[in-house]
Design a protein around this ligand. Sequence first.
Ligand code: DGY
Length: 322
Amino acid sequence: MKPRIIVTRRWPATVEKVLSEQFETTFNTSDVPLTQDQLRTAFAEYDAILPTVSDSLPAAAFPEGTACTRLLGNFGVGFSHIDTEAARRLGITVTNTPGVLTDCTADIAMTLLLGVARRAGEGERELRSGNWTGWRPTHMIGSRVSGKTIGIIGMGRIGKATARRAHFGFGMDVVFYNRSKVDDDETRIMAARQLPTIEDVLAEADFVSLHCPGGAANRHLMDGRRLAAMKRGAFLINTARGDVVDQQALIAALQSGTIAGAGLDVFDGEPAVPEALRRMENVMLLPHLGSATEETRVAMGMKVVENAVAFFEGRDVPDRVA
Ligand code: DGY
């Protein structure tokens, strides 16, 4: 008998097809997040649940006794929405999809960096609303990007890919903070400098780009104090997780001019986005598009399938995180 699997959201059709060939698969055709009750039922009925970032799986979402579910195959690299300790206690394996969304997420970090520095969103809004009165020397002056310094917080795959784009594509200097020492050819060739503290990075960077995981360890890593420690005229870019930034402190810093602007692809409590942010012109806001390309979403799905097949065949699971 094939393992029974439930997929919590719609996936690219090609991957749904592969999944249904491999497993007895239930798709959530409504494509709205399952409720906590539906998730609890899923733990009792399915061998695997394939969730994604829009599913909240804190400890309370896990069953108390035993679960039928033996695998949580997360569609996405970030898994801070899953309490991996609770999974471990129930003997549930958790996998993710590293590697395949690196470039596309770094592209979105650069989209935001360029967009907010050069006021692209604001310019487009002006033009679409019919308010553009024509070229003039003082119109919508932004910040130059080349020759500036990008500060990467979290020099993992996506951090490095963003640094590469910034350095080789846009002539930026790179400084970074990473918990462990990073000393490899890639960072050396970019002359990227690892600094001892986040504060050191904030003191030097014209653009601060966040690439660390979300969850308790990094919650509000960018708080009011650190936002105030950024250079005057600096910009914050977040393609990591919304909870890494204290959103209220960010709004205050943007309103007071403590920082010049922000480019945000992720939000604390998304899809809700504070109205104050939506009203500001000095921010560029995207609806969590980091990995949103056809190629990447298919690759993510195929990675989940690869992990699930390995798991149910009793082989080593390539991307086990718990
Ligand atoms: C990821 O893979 O973590 C993306 O943010 C989508 O969840």
